[in-house]
Ligand binder design. Structure first.
Ligand code: GLY
Length: 360
């Protein structure tokens, strides 16, 4: 079974990502190290009926009493009211600092549960059990946890690393095509920014049907890449920024269209294709890269063009509000080849020119 180590902050804070089909039915031994006798399992209305029974069974086998807390599925759940519900449930369950909090779900469940675990009694043991492809290759690893504020996404958060990540790739069988596509957008991103061999493999596989049988290996490679970024830059002050390739436009699209209209990974796909075009127009990205990246994204049934009805002016305005803005410039990750990138501060004028396909 692939086990990918993550070392954030210091070697003593190492944790492991275990990746295997059927892991949810055979993970009791991985809980043996915990002295606590209780686990609050936070799921959502999709994941609770599918996976909480298997996880509870494994916890019972490890001598740990579980309690399942079910949140509504969807981005709106990442709010202060649901966070308070979690704290109330932890208190009702008499959870202590020796006990465990486990996130069982996609990025929304992982983010809010991680934030609750980081803050409840100043921090309790936290385990991620991601069940979407996007959460398995990205959000469950690296410790970014958060809730949204009415004025913006992820505005209240922390860096709080999990102590264990359990990826049962059988959970992908219950995802719909859009969710798989959203995860594949992030997978292709890793190839684009730092691993040309991964990109070429995905390019050669050429379709979801060919890739899904080897998804365990692909997930393991993505986790290795993410772990290396986290090791180098656990608090996102430098190189970790590269993981935001495609995100400048993606966040603007998500804002402009309303959260949930596009899945995050779908917006990232459009953002990556656009960033390649901008990179070429501005002279940072070798000619032909946009066409190659776009062809791969489209082979995996991902969108690459701007959705109809959104004006370049409006999108440029949205991008200027990006969290990564520096003064009047927006740091945007551009490819300098397949498997290589750099963050470039772009002015609103350059963003607008880029959105207009290089024409002022
Ligand atoms: N999802 C990007 C990061 O963890 O930095």
């Amino acid at each position: 079974m692939p086990v990918v180590p993550v070392i954030a902050n210091a070697p003593e804070s190492r944790y492991d990502i275990h990746i295997r089909r059927g892991l949810l039915h055979d993970c009791a031994h991985l809980f043996a190290a915990y002295k606590g006798k209780k686990a609050a399992v936070v799921a959502d209305s999709n994941t609770a009926p599918l996976y909480s029974y298997a996880l509870m069974d494994q916890l019972h086998r490890a001598g740990i009493e579980p309690s399942v807390i079910i949140l509504p599925a969807g981005e709106e759940t990442k709010c202060a009211a649901q966070l308070e519900r979690l704290y109330d449930a932890f208190l009702d369950f008499r959870l202590t600092r020796a006990d465990l909090v486990i996130a069982l779900g996609g990025g929304v469940v992982g983010d809010i549960t991680g934030y609750a675990a980081a803050t409840f009694m100043r921090g309790v043991h936290f385990i991620q059990v991601p069940t979407t492809l996007l959460a398995q290759v990205d959000s469950s690893v690296g410790g970014k946890v958060a809730i949204n504020h009415p004025r913006g996404k992820n505005l209240l958060g922390a860096f709080y690393q999990p102590e264990l990540v359990l990826i049962d790739t059988d959970t992908l069988k219950t995802l719909d095509d859009r969710q798989i596509g959203a995860g594949l957008g992030e997978v292709i991103k890793y190839g684009c920014i730092c691993d040309s061999a991964l990109f070429e493999r995905i390019e050669a596989l050429g379709s979801r049907e060919s890739l899904l049988p080897v998804i365990d290996e692909i997930i393991a490679r993505c986790c290795e890449i993410k772990a290396e970024y986290v090791r180098q830059d656990p608090h996102d002050h430098g190189v970790r920024m590269q993981l935001n390739f495609g995100h400048t436009l993606a966040h603007a699209l998500e804002n402009a269209m309303g959260y949930g209209t596009l899945l995050h990974g779908e917006a990232v796909s459009i953002g990556m294709a656009a960033a390649c075009r901008w990179g070429e127009a501005l002279g940072y990205t070798p000619p032909g890269t946009a066409q190659r990246v776009t062809r791969v994204l489209e082979a995996y049934s991902l969108m690459t063009g701007y959705p109809a009805g959104l004006s370049p002016d409006m999108l440029a305005g949205q991008m200027a509000l990006d969290k990564k803005a520096e003064g009047s410039k927006v740091r945007t990750v551009l490819l300098t080849g397949i498997g290589a990138c750099r963050a470039v501060p772009l002015t609103p004028q350059e963003l607008l020119i880029s959105l207009n396909g290089g024409n002022p």
